[in-house]
Design a protein around this ligand. Structure first.
Ligand code: PXL
Length: 287
């Protein structure tokens, strides 16, 4: 048995303002009782989503020496969790982290875009390389845009039937990962759902999200962090999807209530204590 909190190497960017990536991942997973060791892929003044020209410093050359340092310390990580990457070389460096910790839970959040479009820092080559990384994950958590990029299929806003959603999940899992969650899927019954597939069990799950007429950056990072934290803490897969969905919804609704500018991200600060109450949830259903 571990006599310390589980440890996660979080390979992601540090955007000073705007609440996304590491500034969301660290407080969220810490509140859940896990230790986050950030490996910043880039430092930015803000995220890239509507706050003007941000200052961007690539940190590709920081990652390998960091890994070597951790190995020399014989540090163990129970989880390696990758997210926003600043250059295609960073994909090889993430793979080196995975290879260095073969028994860790490997999570790839293939952060590449939203609402049908790739983020402006993502080149076509990076999208291709992200697919290679996704192959090595135990769990991947694309949104619908990223799922379409990984599957090289056109994005459209038509609703998906249950069987279309299942087919998408199976095809993503065929890239490599045992577990797949696709977020923000508009279903044929008019609901927006987060849907998941556990290949080993052959089970498909869905958790419905409340519609809120606003879009915030960083919600994917928030969702994935809670999902990862919940799985590491022993939640079942559907329960973890449920917990991540409920918490993201709480943060989004709280923010919408305050009416702060969407580019400032979701107000996680007043919400974090929800994560410490170990609520049991049951709004998941089979897909
Ligand atoms: O949350 C996704 C994300 C992460 N990192 C940076 C971003 C974004 C989305 O805009 O700009 C730098």
């Amino acid at each position: 048995m571990l006599n310390r909190p589980q440890r996660i190497a979080a390979i992601n960017d540090l955007s000073g303002f705007g609440r996304c990536s590491l500034t969301v991942i660290i407080p969220t997973l810490s509140a859940m009782g896990l230790q986050v060791c950030p490996v910043p892929t880039a430092v930015l003044s803000t995220h890239t989503g509507g706050l003007g020209e941000c200052v961007f410093r690539d940190l590709t050359d920081f990652i390998q020496p960091t890994l070597e340092h951790y190995r020399s310390l014989q540090l163990d990580f129970e989880c390696v969790y990758t997210g926003f990457l600043g250059s295609s070389d960073q994909i090889d460096l993430c793979r080196a982290f995975f290879a260095a910790y073969p028994s860790s839970f490997k999570v790839v959040d293939p952060v590449m875009g939203d609402h049908g479009k790739a983020y402006r820092t993502y080149t076509h080559e990076m999208v291709q390389r992200m697919k290679e990384l996704a192959r090595e994950g135990d769990l991947i958590t694309p949104n619908l845009t990223e799922a379409c990029l990984l599957l090289e299929q056109a994005y459209n806003e038509y609703p998906l039937s249950s069987s279309q959603a299942k087919s998408m999940l199976v095809r993503l899992s065929e890239l490599g990962p045992d577990k797949v969650v696709v977020t923000s899927v508009l279903m044929a019954d008019g609901t927006v759902c987060n849907v998941g597939y556990d290949r080993q069990r052959g089970a498909f799950w869905r958790v419905m999200c409340d519609f809120v007429p606003a879009e915030y950056p960083g919600t994917g990072d928030l969702f994935s962090s809670v999902l990862v934290g919940a799985l590491l803490k022993g939640d079942s897969f559907p329960l973890a999807i449920d917990r991540a969905t409920q918490f993201t919804e709480l943060a989004v609704k709280t923010t919408f209530g305050y009416g702060t500018p969407p580019q400032h991200g979701v107000l996680i600060e007043p919400c974090l204590d929800w994560l410490t109450t170990h609520k049991i949830l049951k709004s998941y259903t089979l897909l």
